[in-house]
Design a protein around this ligand. Structure first.
Ligand code: ADP
Length: 319
């Protein structure tokens, strides 16, 4: 393999730049030319592809977002779209592709691999919802953004003796809510993986209030319901003064944490190694601090599982 491509796709995540940098530098280290696809699969179909040099990825390890841009493309979900992409890759003499993104992007990588073009998936999403890895690139940074917000909300919540509902991202996964709720000392964490009981939540809040608790923070994962809807339901059960904060896209931005930069560097470099070993159709990940890789099709078939022990602990510590 003498020429490989790299693209970022789907929702952007802090650390994607660090992953691209790792792909480019690792490739060049092994005398392989690396081409960047601008604008995800849409850019791929249009042949928006350019050669990346060592200097192309200088000064980006600390930047959020993705300098290769990201996009969503319905056309790429069709076989014709995928063939268009493969034609472009062949035109540029590219023999393998690293796809950095979430599960939708993996499906694209899987489709290309099934049509004979080897791809390796690198998990990049703040949601931490990709099977085959304990952590995805961007999750830790998003978590730290949420913690920062919760700490600030706690200051105002305690000054006014209020209950705050904080809605966080995560799509159908509760990882951001769970980890941020635990690290932020939230009284209640609502995740899609576990059904909740409004009466029980209200009862816990009242109990806390009775023992002198002046304020409460409730973290709600977007996959459960939106924060305003939850606050309305809570209002039916209690008379607490409640405010809602929806953190939204701030969770996607910012300079990646050291953890995400190291994770991205390791995963990006491993993806290149796999392509060079002739192992296309893989998805890389990190388990117990060791690099792992799975067949991309098997990885997608697996279920993402939330750390239930952590969830249990969060309940024990927030009595
Ligand atoms: P993420 O990768 O963050 O999950 P999306 O689900 O939007 O984001 O997926 C990103 C892109 O991957 C889509 O816009 C589409 O071009 C491509 N994609 C998603 N699903 C498929 C599929 N089943 N087959 C081929 N390509 C897909």
């Amino acid at each position: 393999m003498k020429r490989i491509g790299v693209l970022t796709s789907g929702g952007d995540a802090p650390g994607m730049n660090a992953a691209v940098r790792a792909v480019v530098r690792k490739g060049i280290f092994h005398d392989v030319e690396v081409y960047g696809v601008i604008g995800g699969y849409a850019g791929l179909m249009n042949g928006n592809i350019e050669k990346l040099e060592l200097g192309s990825v200088g000064d980006i390890i600390h930047r959020g977002g993705t300098f290769l841009y990201s996009a969503r493309s319905e056309e790429f979900k069709t076989k014709e779209g995928q063939q268009k992409g493969i034609e472009q890759l062949k035109k540029f003499g590219i023999d393998g592709l690293v796809v950095i993104g979430g599960d939708g992007s993996y499906r694209g990588a899987k489709a290309l691999t099934e049509q004979g073009f080897p791809c390796v998936g690198v998990p990049g999403t703040i949601d931490n919802d990709i099977p085959g890895t304990e952590f995805t690139i961007g999750f830790d940074t998003a978590l730290n953004t949420v913690i920062d917000a919760i700490d600030k909300i706690r200051d105002t919540a305690s000054s006014h003796e209020r209950t705050f509902v904080v809605e966080v991202m995560g799509r159908n996964a509760g990882d951001i809510a769970l980890w941020a709720g635990l690290a932020g000392g939230a009284e209640t964490i609502l995740i899609p993986e576990d059904p909740h009981d409004m009466k029980d939540i209200a009862g816990r809040l009242k109990k806390g209030h009775e023992r002198g608790k002046k304020h409460s923070i409730i973290v709600v994962a977007e996959g459960v319901m939106n924060g305003y809807e939850f606050a309305k339901k809570l209002k039916e059960e209690t008379d607490f003064d409640t405010r809602v904060t929806v953190l939204g896209h701030v969770q996607r931005g910012g300079s990646p944490t050291a953890f995400d930069r190291v994770l991205a560097s390791r995963l990006g470099a491993r993806a290149v190694e796999l392509l060079l070993e002739g192992k296309g159709g893989r998805a890389v990940g990190m388990e117990k601090n060791q690099l792992v890789d799975y067949d991309i099709i098997e990885a997608l078939a697996k279920e993402h599982t939330l750390d239930l022990n952590l969830y249990k602990l969060s309940k024990e510590l927030s009595i």
